[in-house]
Design a protein around this ligand. Structure first.
Ligand SMILES: [Zn+2]
Length: 475
């Protein structure tokens, strides 16, 4: 239109200039045509011709514009429809965020009709359906989203969250793995897939995911270091379950090398070594570990090495073990146990007294009772030791830091709360601060003040704990 106005103005200026030019130079034109005689001055003829030309151009332009009008109208209608569609989409998302299911549903339908672009509206429709509690409809939308490359990832994400809500871990893992194929760099995909693989006991896959997550910075290096040793022990158990003991040992040794003071790694490594007749390195590892982390299970495995039938030779072996950590109660308990087996009552008493100190634990009290009874020296004393055991401080146990469940044996994942690497060998005083309880039972309804909890965490060991719980921990 601007162009048209410009040309019209220019043409008018040219016509006026021409008329003025011809007016200054007079003359006449006469036209005779079909009995008509027209006589005109030149300037008038020029003016008439110019007006006729301009009128013609104007008419042509008008006709052209009228021809374009329906197309322009259609374009305007489409643009306005898209704008209204996007507005509905935005309002729908706001409604989802606000939890307004009715409005979300209304706007989803509106956006669907106005936009006619399923990739854009399917997610909103699915979310609106979820807000309405219609999980089946939401699943339908999510499944439809899988058909289009631009929405497939969102579809898998929706289905994954649904599966997690339904506690269907296997399906959730499948969706996570499909999402990973589409977006391998997404941090939440990596961490979710790792958690699900751990939950499903797919340790080797979890190990690969862990390394990938570290590479992509989805898991921090410090956290990964702690988890890696635990996951490696899971891999070891997985290999053992598949009958491959050499692979099982390889994984356990890797965990042991990564975290030399990580007791479960030491225990698993030496346990497999002893079972596969690698007694010399096993013996060396136990002796090294005994310096920092003495443990009853370590002592038990040490006892399986060498000539186990000769009680006196066994005593000699435990004397050597004691020499690596001569002050620790576990050293004396281990030696006292062997001395009891060898019926060396004096030596057993000596070491039990050293282990007992001022406040003997339940285990030491029971061993004292056993000694008194078997040696036959003082049967009355045996009964009093048993009585004392029932009120004595409990011995350390494998306790889950996250849920307080107490376990006989360590495992990579807590069987109660599913936490990874949450079990540690702890005295019950600390366990009480976490809410000590039997696996599968509710935590005790005792709410401890924060200060008390901190205090208990600081004083790790020696405190008394309610009797029925301490018996569990002592197992
Ligand atoms: Zn737990």
């Amino acid at each position: 239109m601007i162009r048209f106005t410009f040309y019209m103005t220019l043409s008018l200026a040219v016509v006026i200039a021409a008329v003025v030019w011809f007016s200054d130079r007079p003359g006449a034109v006469s036209i005779e045509w079909q009995g008509w005689l027209i006589e005109l001055s030149v300037s008038r003829l020029v003016l008439a011709a110019a007006v006729a030309l301009v009128a013609l151009v104007f008419i042509v332009e008008l006709v052209r514009s009228a021809g374009k009008a329906p197309k322009k109208l259609r374009e305007w209608h489409r643009t306005s429809r898209r704008e209204r569609g996007y507005r509905a989409l935005t309002h729908g998302m706001v409604a989802v965020a606000a939890g307004d299911s009715k409005e979300a549903n209304r706007q989803a339908r509106r956006a669907d009709v106005l936009l006619n672009e399923p990739p854009l509206t399917m997610l909103l429709s699915a979310q609106a359906a979820q807000l309405n509690g219609d999980e089946a409809a939401a699943a339908r939308y999510f499944n439809n989203m899988l058909d289009r490359p631009e929405t497939a990832f969102l579809g898998f994400r929706g289905l994954l969250i649904q599966a997690q809500k339904n506690n269907d871990r296997r399906a959730a893992l499948q969706y996570a793995e499909r999402a990973y194929e589409l977006q391998p760099k997404t941090p939440w995909v990596l961490t979710t897939m790792f958690d699900l693989q751990v939950g499903e006991g797919r340790w080797r896959a979890a190990l690969a995911t862990l390394e990938e997550a570290v590479k992509r910075k989805a898991i921090g290096a410090d956290i990964a270091r702690d988890r890696r040793a635990t996951v490696l022990l899971g891999c070891s158990a997985e290999a053992e379950a598949a009958g491959d003991l050499s692979d099982a040992l390889r994984f356990a040794r890797r965990a042991n090398t990564l975290a030399p003071d990580f007791l479960p790694a030491v225990l698993r490594t030496v346990d497999i070594m002893v079972r596969t007749d690698k007694v010399r390195p096993a013996s060396r590892i136990i002796q090294n570990a005994w310096v920092r982390t003495p443990h009853p299970a370590l002592a038990r495995i040490y006892g399986e090495i060498g000539d186990s039938d000769d009680a006196l030779k066994r005593v000699k072996r435990y004397e050597r073990l004691l020499s690596f950590n001569p002050e620790h109660p576990e050293s004396h308990i281990a030696l006292a146990e062997t001395a009891l087996d060898a019926e060396l009552w004096g030596e057993a008493r000596n070491h039990l007294e050293r282990a007992a100190g001022d406040d003997p634990s339940a285990r030491v009290c029971r061993m004292m009772a056993d000694l008194e009874e078997r040696s036959g020296e003082n049967p009355e004393s045996a009964r009093s030791w048993l009585l004392r055991a029932s009120a004595a401080p409990t011995d350390p146990a494998w306790i889950c830091r996250d849920c307080g469940a107490v376990w006989d044996n360590w495992s990579p994942v807590c069987g109660d709360c599913g936490s990874l690497g949450s079990q540690s060998w702890e005295p019950p005083a600390r366990a009480r601060a976490w809410g000590l309880r039997l696996p599968g039972t509710e935590p005790p309804p005792v709410v401890l003040e924060d200060e008390v909890v901190d205090d208990m965490r600081d004083t790790a060991g020696g405190d008394d704990v309610p009797g029925e719980k301490t018996d569990t921990a002592a197992r």
